[in-house]
Design a protein around this ligand. Structure first.
Ligand code: DCP
Length: 259
């Protein structure tokens, strides 16, 4: 086909406990070198402790598509993003994407400086881009209440931000960065339902419409608007496809969306 792939995963598996495998491999090598017991003594332990966090994941997103990553707590949603980022190296399979990635982590972080510094994060100020993003992230009203608007210093000696403000600043920072692929890990934590709905619509759906997006969310409304959905369960791909396919193939899916 003529469409360009934004993100592809082919039969990808990974575990966080690779360190244990390496450790036992090292012990085995040392045992061998010392003329001690050889063989697969380490395997017993590795089989016990190394549980894959993601198992045989397959997905294919065309450029400009939105993927919703859903599943209950601990199912591997953040790990999937870490794998795309290259922080978690697959033990099997292949990941393909077109290069520059912008990532918004689950836990928001702020560096000392002004709010604007925190959003630009070293990039040049482009008024049109900046204003569209802060509007879409519902930050304008917050800035109006601050003594120096977005030039107000935060962290030490500055204003204290609410969890929701921090979350929106971090989202704005991730969106401001020009990238081919945007990874947004639960970007709506600490937001009330109305604000979440507005930001999902104005920022994630409209402003970012042409961008390839991977969004961790369990909200039914978000799944409905995503181009593809991956529903994880204990690291397995319980479902991958569109919302209508989800309803048809997994009518019980909502039980996996809690948390
Ligand atoms: N894990 C780990 N080391 C890490 C991150 C995760 O050992 N650095 C483990 C903890 C879980 C599993 O991986 O058993 C999956 O964790 P995720 O954070 O990927 O799961 P979710 O993002 O789905 O969970 P939540 O919704 O609670 O954030």
């Amino acid at each position: 086909s003529l469409t360009t792939v934004g993100l592809e995963m082919i039969n990808v598996s990974a575990s966080w406990d690779e360190g244990i495998v390496e450790l036992f491999e090292k012990i085995k090598r040392e045992n061998k070198a010392n003329g001690h017991l050889t063989g697969d003594d380490g395997l017993f332990f590795t089989n016990l402790y190394v549980t894959p966090v993601l198992k045989s994941i397959n997905l294919r997103l065309e450029e400009g598509m939105m993927l919703a990553v859903a599943g209950s707590t601990g199912s591997g949603k953040s790990s999937l993003l870490m794998m795309i980022l290259g922080e978690l190296v697959p033990s099997e399979g292949k990941i393909k994407h077109s290069g520059r990635v912008s990532y918004s982590p689950q836990t928001s972080w702020i560096m000392p400086g002004t709010i604007r510094d925190n959003i630009l994060f070293g990039l040049t100020y482009d008024e049109y881009r900046y204003t569209s993003i802060i509007r879409a992230c519902q930050l304008e009203e917050d800035f109006d209440l601050l003594p120096d608007k977005d030039k107000t210093p935060i962290a030490e000696g500055g204003v204290t931000l609410s969890g929701g403000q921090r979350a929106r600043i971090c989202l704005a920072r991730a969106v401001y960065k020009d990238a081919d692929l945007y990874l947004l890990d639960a970007p709506f934590t600490h937001l009330d339902i109305a604000t979440e709905k507005e930001i999902f619509d104005k920022c994630v759906c409209k402003l970012m419409a042409s961008k390839t997006r991977v969004v961790v969310t369990c909200k039914l409304e978000h799944l409905k608007r995503a181009d593809r959905i991956i529903l994880l369960h204990n690291g397995d791909c319980y479902f991958y496809g569109t919302f209508s396919e989800l309803q048809a193939q997994r009518p019980d899916f909502s039980s996996l969306l809690l948390g």
